[in-house]
Design a protein around this ligand. Structure first.
Ligand code: PGA
Length: 219
């Protein structure tokens, strides 16, 4: 079955040229659906991958200095938008209510939201996931991809155990039956195959800006 593999470049690489290099390397035919999410300023279309963004604003236009709207992203060729990433929740203080508004406007613009949810170390996982899903998806009719990313596993090299990934996958699927559910958090070329066998896909951060690593994951 076709798996969804999302590359979240985060605030990398450091130049347009380096970003173009990555796009060229990843523009290959694969059996998977590959979605690349670079910083806004490096969005570059390709033949074999789909473009996504790492965030968007909750309005389509207006006096909102520094923001980028879903309508603009659509115009630039994006089809997906990552929303509610834990780094935005932490550094930009994004909350579920705001994320809910962003999901709504993305769907209005025919952009597919990739909603990130996940617990911090020591938190009650099921409680956190249930609450994030309830608040972020309040009143939402369209289809949304869910990315389960335990915060303690992001960028730390500590991957969640397979049985815990499967447990979370099943828990989320029970709540949002129609959604594809991905896993994210220290996915690399060594653990990707196993994780892909028990989920609908992966959201890859650090390893997505490493040519060799990411090529091995998407192949
Ligand atoms: P990581 O990041 O693969 O570097 O852990 C995943 C993410 O933040 O989406």
């Amino acid at each position: 079955m076709k798996k969804i593999i999302i590359g979240n470049f985060k605030m990398n690489p450091s130049s347009k040229k380096k970003a173009s290099d990555l796009f060229k390397a990843f523009d290959i035919k694969t059996k998977n659906l590959v979605i690349l999410c670079p910083p806004f300023c490096f969005l570059e279309k390709g033949e074999n991958y789909i473009l996504g963004a790492q965030n968007c604003f909750l309005k389509n236009e207006g006096a909102y200095t520094g923001e980028v709207s879903p309508k603009m992203l659509k115009d630039l060729g994006c089809k997906y938008v990552i929303l509610g990433h834990s780094e935005r929740r932490e550094y930009q203080k994004e909350n579920n209510e705001e994320i809910n508004k962003k999901i709504k406007i993305c769907l209005e613009n025919k952009l597919k939201p990739v909603l990130c949810i996940g617990e911090k170390l020591g938190e009650n996982k099921e409680e956190v996931l249930k609450n994030q899903l309830k608040e972020c998806l309040k009143g939402i009719k369209g289809s949304v991809i869910i990315a389960y990313e335990p915060i303690w596993a992001i960028g730390t090299g500590k991957t969640c155990k397979n049985e815990d990934i499967l447990d979370s996958y099943n828990f989320i699927k029970k709540i949002v039956k129609e959604s594809s559910v991905l896993y994210g958090g220290s996915v690399n070329s060594k653990n990707a195959k196993q994780i892909l066998s028990i989920t609908d896909g992966v959201l890859v951060g650090g390893a997505s800006i490493n040519k060799k690593e990411f090529l091995n994951i998407i192949k």
